[in-house]
Write a protein that binds this ligand. Structure first.
Ligand SMILES: C=CC1=C(C)c2cc3[nH]c(cc4nc(cc5[nH]c(cc1n2)c(C)c5CCC(=O)O)C(CCC(=O)O)=C4C)c(C)c3C=C
Ligand SMILES: [Fe+2]
Ligand SMILES: [Fe+2]
Length: 323
């Protein structure tokens, strides 16, 4: 499906529009989508009934669907509004990796529209062979399948961009300040991101290094002491191989054992609300924190935060200037 609503066409201009392809993970729009969605994520491997039931139940608890497609659309609208100041004809497209609107369909629409030059960006700031690289491969495969050509420039990462870092540091401060003034020195901040199989990191993947770069910048800008924050992975996949840790639940247990009672959770690897935040943190981690007698505060996700949207506009704008 193409997003036709973001054409920034100057009618006095004969320049062809540059395509801006926004890509995101994708999410089910109803519980009926779950088997197909999981089959895509798990690349056709059989998903046991128990895993399907567990994940379906998680989605049921967050409202029966993923809010990610709607947030993605809102992020795209806001970013395109910011890009109008470039004064170049641009056209936005939205493609998801694991659900409709699919990346493959967006690329076909771009070809049908005669797009010759384009910028491709994933709504995930950190590069991984398991993440950003897979989105980019889908674009290349779609071009081949359609025997088409578009000059794409790929945004690989934007994990140290000042607006993104400041937006997250603001979230950290908001979380800490939600505690009474006299208690704030005792608040511990957990910065986190989606886990990755250990095997991938051993192959030299830059993901964990980039995540820690972001985390250090955010903690520094939020003015946290070194002992006032820590790193955790979350949302490890349900596969038998080891995933990067510590996982959020075990990390909370370690912190509780050290006497920590007040926690702020800021997932730096995600840029909008979806199941890994709304279930894995707001329900599952909250439950663990409750059992441990801890208070856990999770400030809002970036979603359409103006600083984050400004970051997307500026990262894309720099690439457009090169085309
Ligand atoms: C860098 C890697 C990954 C990011 C970032 C990521 C984000 C992300 N994931 C979901 C939802 C699900 N992910 C699932 C499995 C899964 N995720 C990754 C990697 C990243 N995901 C891997 C390698 C796997 C395992 C796939 C496999 O082969 O089994 C699942 C399926 C259930 C499960 O295994 O837990 C879901 C659901 C979201 C919403 C998200 C961020 C937008
Ligand atoms: Fe996941
Ligand atoms: Fe995933």
């Amino acid at each position: 499906m193409t997003d036709q609503t973001h054409t920034n066409t100057d009618t006095t201009h004969t320049e062809k529009p540059i395509g801006i392809l926004f890509m995101a993970y994708g999410g089910p729009e109803s519980l009926d989508d779950m088997p197909g969605y999981l089959a895509d994520i798990r690349a056709g491997r059989v998903t046991s009934g128990a895993i399907l039931d567990e994940i379906t139940n998680n989605y049921r608890q967050i409202g029966g669907k993923s809010p990610l497609p709607e947030f993605t659309r809102a992020q795209v609208d806001a970013t395109m509004a910011g890009l109008q100041s470039l004064g170049r004809p641009l056209k936005a497209y939205v493609g998801m990796r694991h659900w409709s609107p699919w990346i493959e369909d967006a690329v076909r629409d771009m070809l049908d529209d005669g797009i010759e030059k384009a910028v491709a960006i994933v709504l995930a700031p950190h590069y991984s062979s398991m993440s950003v690289a897979k989105y980019q491969k889908k674009i290349k495969a779609a071009l081949q399948m359609n025997h088409g050509h578009i000059d794409f420039v790929f945004v690989n990462e934007y994990h140290t961009e000042p607006g993104y870092v400041t937006a997250l540091a603001d979230r950290v401060r908001e979380g800490v300040q939600s505690f009474p003034e006299g208690e704030r020195d005792d608040v511990h901040v957990i910065l986190s991101a989606h886990s990755l199989p250990v095997r991938i990191e051993k192959e030299g993947d830059p993901y964990s290094r980039q995540l820690l770069e972001s985390a250090r910048l955010v903690a520094g800008q939020a003015g946290l002491r070194d002992d006032q924050w820590s790193w955790s992975y979350q949302s490890a996949g349900r596969s038998p191989e080891p995933w990067l840790g510590p996982q959020l639940d075990e990390h909370l247990r370690d912190l509780a054992a050290q006497g920590v009672k007040k926690v702020v959770s800021v997932p730096v690897g995600f840029v909008s609300d979806h199941v890994e935040i709304l279930f894995d943190i707001d329900i599952a981690a909250q439950e663990v924190a409750g059992e441990l007698g801890m208070t856990l505060v999770r400030p809002p996700a970036l979603n359409t935060d103006p600083l984050f949207i400004g970051t997307l506009s500026s990262v894309i704008g720099r690439q457009v200037a090169e085309l």
